[in-house]
Write a protein that binds this ligand. Structure first.
Ligand code: NAP
Length: 472
């Protein structure tokens, strides 16, 4: 055993963070800023590109939100930080191998899966998760082969959260505006051919359960390209329900209802130049039908039923039909299991207590989680900062306890000294082309200069092999 304490200058605490999205960067930042311990962080990422949802989730016309990446760049410049891009857990190394190379491991892999509607016809061509559409226009290498039929006039989007507001804007906003952003060249070309002029948005519950942020809804209403339509009778009924039980609802619900009413009265928003977002509440898709591809969506009308402190949607049996050949389900992202780690199938997260991973009720020592894989796909980008700070607090207290002999680190980790050579050697042996931060900076410069030449923020590389070629 080393004479030096874990976390000393001579024996730094070595941590692997898996997943270079917001939660991963915030965890790295909190670790590297820690005053009492000397900590080194390797941030592993399966793609050659960092920033996760900031790059691949946040919509291209929300460039202000994407400036979060500037803070991540500052973290990457901190002493003790390394980026190990193009390294995939499960493909390039096992979880057990990773754990052996570090004192602590933090999983921040997010929620890459999507929730299913569980209805007949869901697998037909023309029915897809919004997550794929989002990944496609944002240049995620996994979704570049997506085939989209935008030849119809109407699309249906299921779910009333803010992924839906993103999808509606991308389907209906002016191509000139989008053309200045970092939307990919290929997706912009496809969107230019789009004939879609109406996006019907289906909420399974009432207007009072709308999840869109007021700012996002107002953004759509104020967009000169998009009109918002909503049935005033449906709104009046929602207002009655809310007024009858005011204590059940938060202030955001009232703000959203006020805004919907103002839109419906024509006081907010203007006739859209390109198309309409039609909000339809108390409706669920019951089936998708068509010969080999979606041609229509069968919708069941719902009523609300009390369920504890909340309300749930219950089908009434009354059906409607909407002609469409594009149905995007925007009903939530879900976490996906990682080999070698426990998974809570019900909540789609890695089970944890205060960020410490739990296996069969016992802590899996030295293994932690943060972000969507810890708490589910909720909150905005900044929510992950507090989440990662909380996980790092748990990690540091485990190290402090280990110093007192009450360890919750991986077996033997308190005694072991680690250095970068262990992981570097393993990856080299396997022939993995690790993308360093300096490599990424070269890719970044290339993307920005390509974008500049085309009059846009950046032109993303969308293919892993091409990215690797550019830095070889
Ligand atoms: P979300 O906000 O949780 O919304 C999911 C929607 O899907 C809800 O309306 C939900 O209705 C509905 N839903 C779930 N299961 C359904 C089913 N089986 N059938 C019909 N509807 C169903 O999720 P999200 O839109 O994917 O967003 C994920 C997170 O990212 C959220 O925290 C969001 O705020 C954030 N985000 C923010 C921005 C932004 O700030 N610009 C942009 C994108 C995403 P119920 O309420 O009835 O369950």
């Amino acid at each position: 055993m080393s004479e030096h304490q874990l976390g000393s200058e001579e024996r730094p605490l070595r941590v692997a963070v898996v997943g270079a999205g917001p939660a991963g960067f915030y965890a790295a930042e909190a670790l590297l800023k820690h005053k009492e311990l000397k900590i080194e962080v390797d941030l592993l990422e399966r793609l050659p590109f960092p920033f996760g949802l900031v790059r691949f989730g946040v919509a291209p016309d929300h460039q202000k939100i994407k400036t979060a990446a500037a803070a991540y760049e500052r973290t990457a410049e901190m002493s003790g930080f390394r980026f190990l891009g193009n390294v995939q857990l499960g493909r390039d190394l096992s979880f057990a191998e990773l754990r052996d190379c570090y004192h602590q491991v933090v999983i921040t892999t997010g929620a890459a899966g999507d929730r299913k509607m569980q209805i007949p016809g869901e697998e037909l061509s023309g029915s897809l998760p919004a997550t794929e559409f989002v990944g496609w226009y944002n240049g995620h290498p996994d979704f570049q082969d997506l085939e989209l039929d935008l030849s119809g006039e109407r699309a249906v989007v299921v779910g009333v959260g803010d992924v839906t507001t993103d999808v509606v804007r991308l389907l209906l906003r002016s191509r000139e505006e989008l053309g200045k952003t970092d939307i990919t060249r290929a997706s912009l070309e496809v969107l230019k051919q789009s004939q879609i002029r109406e996006v019907v948005v289906l909420g399974r519950r009432g207007p009072e359960q709308l999840k869109m942020a007021v700012k996002e809804l107002k953004g759509i209403a104020d967009d000169p390209d998009i009109s918002v339509s909503i049935d005033p009778v449906e709104l009046a009924e929602a207002r009655k329900r809310v007024d009858a039980a005011k204590e059940r609802y938060d202030s955001a619900t009232f703000k959203r209802l006020d805004l919907l009413e103002a839109i419906s009265r024509g006081e907010v928003g203007a006739p859209g130049r390109r198309g309409t977002m039609r909000l339809e509440f108390l409706r669920s898709p019951k089936a998708l039908e068509g010969a080999g591809k979606v041609e229509r969506c069968i919708i069941e009308k719902n009523r609300l039923e009390p369920a504890g402190d909340d309300f749930k949607a219950r089908g009434t049996g009354e059906l409607e039909t909407l002609e469409t050949n594009l149905v995007l389900r925007s009903i939530g992202y879900v976490g996906t299991p990682l080999e070698g780690l426990p998974f809570d199938e019900r909540n789609n997260v890695i089970p944890n207590e205060e960020g410490r991973v739990v296996l069969d009720g016992e802590p899996l020592c030295g293994v932690y989680v943060s972000g969507w894989i810890k708490r589910g796909a909720t909150g905005v980008i900044g929510t992950n900062r507090a989440d990662s700070v909380a996980t790092v607090h748990t990690m540091i207290s485990d190290v402090m306890n280990a110093r007192k002999g009450e360890s919750c680190l991986a077996p033997g980790a308190a005694e072991r000294t680690h250095d970068a050579a262990a992981i570097d050697g393993l990856l080299k042996e396997r022939g993995v082309r690790v993308v360093s931060w300096a490599d990424w900076q070269r890719l970044d410069q290339f993307e920005v200069s390509e974008g500049k030449a085309a009059g846009k923020v950046r032109e993303k590389l969308v293919n892993v092999a091409e990215a690797l070629r550019r830095i070889s």
